[in-house]
Design a protein around this ligand. Structure first.
Ligand code: SAH
Length: 473
């Protein structure tokens, strides 16, 4: 990627998946990431580990960095030869001061590009159940800023739907201005708060009672207001808040999308172990093993990383047979030029053991590249078959802070492994009473029960007997 460039990138309205492909790619590639406080933290996680991540938004006890300083920082970082991604909520050019930042680049002679984003003006309305135009209601829509503290009135454009941004503190003035512009007092009005996020709320009323309705509901920011006939469709077209919110803590959240709105918070991560000296000794003599058994994608990744670091390649494994616990691991092994000889149809330790029972494993030397803390089920089963087993830690799991979660908006938790259960209990203590717990497979359920969590198996997941090592396919 070309260096010394500023990309003004629209981050979308909140739901991480509403970032554009181009925006996502640039976040992954950036040397420096400058972001606002409304940006979903998961987007920042896409950045490289070694990227410099700078928050220029409002956060605990600090005010937003003045615009002139943000401009200066952009230029400074780009002038130092860095690829700078300036990540801005929604669309960078809609009330986002993106224009000013682009001008600063022009003035400093810094190359820049702008990547449009999905604006909250339309996305929050959409997730709130309100189409901003509709043939039966209106053919025009205006997006207005309500942020005009020094003026008594807000200028109301002539359009069939009005959408107000930056308006929560000015709600009284806005309603007065709309009425003054000639809108009937029974016109419907809605607020969409935290639009597209799991804690989104929609509050509706008419121009007459809206102010008291939002006061009662204790409206939070950010929010947009929508005025017009289209708001009458809200109840009928509300699709997002009707789905249950499901907190997923393990990997592969997209797999569970069919269950409802996935609230994805990572609580564990896989990282290298601190000391590879034992592992390196095994790698030096890796040719003596009859079998190498991969119980996870991470086992494959970390063993091969280490092998490459020691200047070996896939040929070092040429004399061994290879087993993979499941299709995903087998697929990952292919990236390294290795095709698994065994992939059990039941993707679990038990499934693997069943396959090995069909062979003569007596005196066979078996290597298990795995997590530092791993289940004993597989090695014990192999030892029972008279195999000579060497367990080889190549990575470990660590707990990470998932950030705050408002459990009032969570309907269900899905635990995908024992370590997600443990990490959850460490971070949050108990599962709140309003929240139902589900577990993926019996070993995870057993772990949840150990902590007195009233959980049940996720329907259809009883076949997940995968060992509880959390490296998760
Ligand atoms: N460029 C942004 C808007 C920046 S102004 C965009 O295109 O979305 C900030 C205002 O956007 C907030 O005051 C609020 O009115 C609105 N906003 C941003 N995110 C929002 C969200 N998730 N839900 C509702 N309103 C949001």
């Amino acid at each position: 990627m070309a260096k010394a460039k500023v990309y003004l990138v629209g981050a979308g309205p909140g739901d991480v998946e509403l970032v554009t492909l181009k925006g996502y790619r640039l976040i992954c590639q950036a040397d420096v990431l400058l972001y606002d406080h409304l940006i979903g933290p998961q987007l920042i996680d896409f950045a490289r580990h070694d990227a410099e991540k700078i928050s220029v938004g409002k956060f605990a006890g600090r005010h937003t960095m003045p615009q002139s300083e943000i401009n200066k920082l952009l230029i400074e970082k780009a002038a130092a030869g860095k690829t700078v991604v300036r990540l801005k909520g929604g669309d960078p050019y809609l009330f986002g001061r993106g224009g000013e930042e682009a001008e600063a680049c022009v003035e400093a002679g810094i190359d820049f590009e702008v990547v449009p984003g999905i604006t909250s003006a339309f996305a929050a309305a959409c997730y709130g159940g309100i189409p901003v135009t509709h043939r039966d209601c209106t053919s025009s829509v205006a997006v207005v800023t309500g942020h005009r503290r020094d003026e008594k009135e807000i200028e109301i454009p002539n359009a069939g739907t009005l959408i107000f941004l930056m308006s929560v503190v000015n709600i009284g003035t806005i309603v007065d201005s709309v009425l003054k512009a000639g809108w009937p007092s029974d016109t419907k009005m809605a607020a969409v708060e935290h639009g597209t996020c799991y804690d989104q709320r929609v509050i509706t009323g008419t121009l007459t009672d809206f102010v008291s309705k939002v006061e009662q509901a204790k409206l939070r920011t950010p929010a947009i207001f929508i005025v017009g006939k289209v708001v009458e469709m809200q109840e009928k077209l509300d699709w997002f808040t009707k789905k249950p919110n499901i907190l997923v803590l393990g990997n592969h959240p997209a797999r569970y999308g069919y269950l409802g709105n996935i609230v994805y918070r990572r609580v564990i991560d896989c990282v290298p172990i601190d000391d590879y000296s034992d592992a390196d000794k095994v790698i030096e003599k890796i040719g003596r093993f009859d079998w190498i058994v991969f119980t996870s994608v991470n086992g494959a990744k970390y063993l091969m990383d280490r092998l490459f670091a020691m200047n070996f390649d896939a040929r070092a494994l040429a004399s061994a047979k290879i087993a993979a616990i499941g299709k995903t691991t087998a697929h990952r092994l292919k990236d390294f030029g290795l095709i698994a000889d065994i992939v059990p149809s039941t993707e679990s330790s038990a499934g693997l053991l069943e396959e090995f029972r069909k062979l003569d494993m007596t005196e066979k030397k078996v290597l298990l590249p795995q997590a530092l803390v791993s289940s004993d089920q597989l090695p014990a089963g192999l030892i029972d078959m008279q195999a000579i087993v060497e367990q080889m830690p190549v990575y470990k799991t660590v707990e990470i802070d998932p950030g705050d979660i408002d459990f009032d908006f969570i309907d269900q938790i899905l635990f995908t492994s024992g370590s997600t259960v443990r990490a959850f209990v460490n971070r949050f203590g108990k599962v709140p009473e309003n929240v139902k717990s589900y577990c993926l497979g019996p070993p995870t359920l057993k772990e949840a029960q150990k902590f007195n969590i009233d959980a049940q198996l996720l329907p259809g997941s009883s076949c997940y007997k995968r060992q509880d090592n959390d490296n998760i396919e």
